[in-house]
Design a protein. Structure first.
Length: 361
């Protein structure tokens, strides 16, 4: 059976569950919207799959329930915040809004957040500001964990350290969200739990052999950087850059020995209107996008598409017809519904779901 769920109902359910676990209304809503946005875009390992984990963190006291980020330094276009281990999806959303406001005044705005909790899907923060004419870049690393070995090494030192960017165009924005490793720890964990194999030799066992078996990551192995054993120096270099931009600028990271799941974050916003002008900017990005789409392909291959194009198509389809949740997530929601006495989110067969989908499309 093709089970789908109304996106608004999923947001309401997630917000209610987080609030029942003790989170205040504002961050609960922000986290819920961020997680569902990830599922809308198709990033299913970083969407509602994380909800039960976040609630467990609230239960354990390893995610803070109250308070706001503290401003450590503020210098007009740039600022450093301490996230105080508050929900990272919320604090990052606040940082995006703040950086965009600074960019509207100075052309550029930068917010670094140290001691953030996990921030989920980076792409989930990008579409809205890009549609308003702002280019936002987000960098994230987790100084408490290590899954990726440096190029030429065998032991893990870094995390997948993603880089994301939302780029305004004359139409839909370009949405880039890539890890500096070939795959993510979440994907390795999900695939290993299902007894599956990765699509390629994306990980390395403890002896340095590349393999498609994700189970080796928890057996002393590591995830390979972008480029693998051949050109992995490229992903390694990018990963070092991300750690410098997040933990370095945040003045808090691996050197401090943190042990709790979290993130160092840099949000960088640029306002094209204060450089050469937004119309001139989108003329350039529009031309480039059209040229990429028009590129010749091998016989039988699909046309070239831009980053984020498929994700935004999935989002439109999911808003109209309902969100498909990855196997196992519905079970997590049912357990949370039972614990907190909440009704399950509406499914497509439910009349309320159909009305909500029609109003959202």
């Amino acid at each position: 059976m093709d089970m789908r769920y109304d996106s608004t109902a999923l947001i309401d359910f997630a917000a209610a569950a987080l609030a029942a676990a003790g989170l205040e209304v504002e961050p609960a809503g922000a986290v819920a919207r961020g997680l569902v946005e990830a599922d809308l875009l198709g990033h299913s390992t970083h969407g509602l799959a994380l909800l039960a984990d976040y609630i467990e963190e609230l239960d354990n006291g390893t995610m803070e329930k109250t308070g706001r980020p503290a401003v450590i330094a503020d210098h007009a276009a740039a600022a450093l915040w301490d996230g105080h281990r508050l929900p990272g999806v919320w604090t990052t959303a606040l940082a995006v809004d703040d950086a965009v406001k600074r960019a509207g005044t100075f052309g550029i705005g930068a917010i670094t957040v140290r001691r953030s909790h996990h921030i989920a899907c980076l792409a989930a923060f990008l579409e809205a500001p890009a549609r308003r004419g702002h280019m936002v870049l987000i960098f994230s690393s987790d100084p408490s964990d290590a899954h990726v070995a440096p190029f030429g090494g065998l032991n893990s030192v870094m995390t997948p350290n993603p880089i994301a960017a939302g780029i305004p165009t004359e139409g839909d924005p370009i949405l880039i969200d890539v890890s500096t490793s070939i795959t993510t720890a979440a994907m390795c964990g999900r695939t290993a739990a299902a007894g599956g194999r990765l699509p390629g030799r994306w990980v390395m066992d403890r002896d340095g052999a590349a393999t498609d078996d994700p189970a080796v990551v928890k057996q002393g192995g590591s995830i390979l950087p972008i480029g693998g054993l051949d050109h992995g120096h490229k992903g390694y270099g990018l990963s070092l850059l991300v750690e410098a931009l997040t933990q370095g600028l945040g003045a808090y990271g691996r050197a401090d020995g943190p042990t709790q799941w979290g993130a160092g974050v840099l949000v960088l916003a640029l306002s094209p209107a204060l450089f050469g002008g937004l119309d001139a900017f989108t003329r350039q990005t529009g031309w480039l996008g059209s040229a990429c789409r028009a590129a010749r392909v091998r016989p039988g291959d699909a046309p070239v598409r831009l980053p984020g194009e498929a994700a935004l198509a999935r989002k439109r389809e999911a808003i109209a017809r309902g969100v498909r949740l990855h196997a196992g997530i519905a079970g997590d929601l049912e357990r949370l519904a039972g614990r907190f006495g909440l009704p399950m989110p509406a499914s497509p067969s439910h009349p309320a779901s159909s009305r909500a989908s029609e109003s959202a499309s």
